[in-house]
Design a protein around this ligand. Structure first.
Ligand SMILES: *Cc1c(COP(=O)(O)O)cnc(C)c1O
Length: 245
């Protein structure tokens, strides 16, 4: 990309970033929350590392990715270019990718089984000096196969409380909170309302699990209303096709 194109892209992202932060501010104002209590994670999946550099230059401190191969390459390239951002792994995580992810991620939002918690513990123990922030991903509709631990699951490996306990007991992990994606066929109010009740249940056992990672380009206002502390925004920041990915 030549510098003229880079300038156009940076101004485009700056404009979108402004709109997103306005939306977050308005959503906070509507429920009397301090906007400083909501962190923006820019989800850069499918977009080039140049966009990460633009975001970093515009003051974004947190970026999210959902595939290890893409994330590993982008994290390395961004670091080589001097960008200092925190990397959030927000996608489905296979156990054989844990060592790679533990090497560059600052937080993993998608721990959804006891077995995955054990693999991530092992990986973080080998790869890191400091514990890895880990969030338990909640399946709000309990649908199998789409990711997420389930409240009162029949299967112990994916039972939400057991997964949270496993993360909390893992010395190389730090249970920081919960993450969820609203099911496509649910009203966001129903989804994030249910998440808020589950957050209360988990916090009663794990008071330091304060992070609520919820809300994307299409539903961030509702997520903020129901207590999101981290919103994960991709298309509204980076793509013409807002809400279509
Ligand atoms: C892609 C993605 C997002 C961002 O979604 P947008 O609708 O583009 O804002 C957030 N969370 C996860 C887990 C994602 O995979």
């Amino acid at each position: 990309m030549d510098s003229a194109d880079a300038g156009v892209r940076r101004r485009d992202i700056a404009r979108r970033l402004h709109r997103v932060t306005d939306r977050i501010d308005a959503a906070c104002a509507a429920v009397g929350r301090d906007p400083a209590t909501v962190r923006l994670i820019a989800v850069t999946k499918t977009f080039p590392v140049d966009d990460v550099l633009h975001l970093a230059a515009l003051g974004v401190t947190d970026v999210g990715e959902n595939r290890d191969q893409e994330a590993a390459a982008k994290a390395a390239a961004a670091a080589a270019a001097g960008a200092r951002v925190r990397w959030h792994f927000v996608g489905r995580l296979q156990r054989n990718k844990c060592r790679s992810v533990a090497g560059y991620a600052d937080a993993v939002h998608s721990v959804d089984s006891v077995r995955l918690a054990a693999a991530l513990q092992e990986a973080a123990h080998r790869e890191r000096d400091l514990p890895l922030d880990a969030l338990v991903q909640v399946s709000l509709d309990g649908a199998a196969g789409r990711g997420g631990a389930v409240l009162d699951a029949a299967e112990p490996d994916v039972d939400l409380r057991r997964v949270a306990d496993a993360v909390a007991a893992a010395p190389a992990l730090r249970l920081t909170g919960l993450m969820a994606v609203a099911p496509v066929d649910w009203a966001p109010e129903a989804a994030f309302g249910r998440l808020a009740r589950i957050v209360d249940l988990v916090r009663a056992e794990h008071p330091t699990a304060t992070v609520v990672s919820a809300g994307m380009s299409g539903d961030l206002e509702v997520a903020v209303r129901y207590g999101a502390t981290h919103v994960r925004i991709g298309s509204a920041l980076l793509s013409e096709r807002a809400g279509l990915r």
